[in-house]
Design a protein around this ligand. Structure first.
Ligand code: NDP
Length: 245
């Protein structure tokens, strides 16, 4: 595979696992892999599996290790060992520090950071056997700048960077890569929940002057899943909002 982009179609399709793949960025990522011929499993937590899609939908809350294990078993049974993991599931619960309870803090860490740990640890078992794997973690520009009211979320998303770089050291010799995508404001349910004032503030700091489309984040994920010599990188997809990072 040296010197070429890794991409597989049809009989050699990759087994891809995307957490939080029922909507927003995760769904755009999952559709992208399915479009190029990969076998794609997506997790959803609540009662909204992706409808009418060529995707294997698995119910899984990433805060529950047993559900993670079960979802991997089902994905492996249907598609073979997972070779591409996209740890995308995440959410915010914004509060100023003085009003933030310990539960506000730890629940956001549990979903965004420990959730990625749970799925990466489970995926790596099979990747080690195969001697190959590609892991992409979904961070945020908040990891790089911080944001008032988001100390929990920014800490979790920044933690993903140290996590990815540690896995890069541990697993690099086994041809398992781990990279990070750091989106800026992207047009999904998450950004739609912001107030108009918050939205305008963030856009005023974004040279592109607009939100990202989820497909533009999928571009970076697809690249990283096929780039065997890119390791421990943080790829901003933020319209320039993170300049200098
Ligand atoms: P959405 O709110 O549209 O979707 C969030 C996804 O994560 C849903 O699929 C949701 O599942 C899933 N999820 C949340 N908590 C859990 C959990 N405990 N277990 C399993 N799945 C869970 O968000 P986006 O698509 O915008 O966000 C995707 C990722 O991108 C997140 O990690 C987010 O932090 C990051 N991001 C988003 C930005 C943006 O502006 N939109 C900017 C920077 C980063 P369900 O539908 O079942 O609730």
């Amino acid at each position: 595979m040296a010197g070429t982009r890794e991409r597989s179609y049809g009989a050699t399709a990759r087994s891809v696992f995307v957490t939080g793949g029922n909507r927003g960025i995760g769904l755009a990522v999952a559709r992208r892999f399915a479009t190029v011929g990969d076998r794609v499993a997506v997790t959803y937590r609540g009662d909204r599996p992706p409808a009418g899609e060529n995707l294997l939908a698995l119910r899984c809350d990433v805060t529950d290790g047993q559900q993670v294990d079960q979802a991997f078993k089902e994905a492996e049974a249907a598609h073979g060992p997972v070779t591409v993991l996209v740890a995308n599931a995440g959410g915010a619960h914004d509060r100023l520090l003085v009003r933030m309870s310990e539960e506000d803090f730890t629940s956001v860490i549990d979903t965004n950071l420990t959730g990625a740990f749970r799925v990466a640890r489970r995926a790596v078992r099979g990747m080690l056997v195969q001697g190959h794997g590609r892991i992409v973690l979904m961070s945020s520009t908040a990891a790089l700048h911080g944001a008032a009211g988001q100390s929990n979320y920014a800490a979790a998303k920044a933690g993903l960077i140290g996590f990815a770089r540690s896995l890069t050291h541990e697993l690099g010799p086994r041809d398992i890569t781990c990279n990070v995508v750091a989106p800026g404001l992207t047009d999904t349910d998450m950004s739609r929940s912001l107030t108009e004032e918050q939205r305008q503030h963030l856009l005023s700091r974004t040279p592109a002057g607009r939100l990202a489309h989820p497909d533009e984040v999928a571009d970076a994920v697809e690249f990283l899943a096929g780039a065997g010599y890119v390791r421990g990188a943080v790829i901003p997809v933020d319209g320039g909002a993170g300049l200098g990072h």
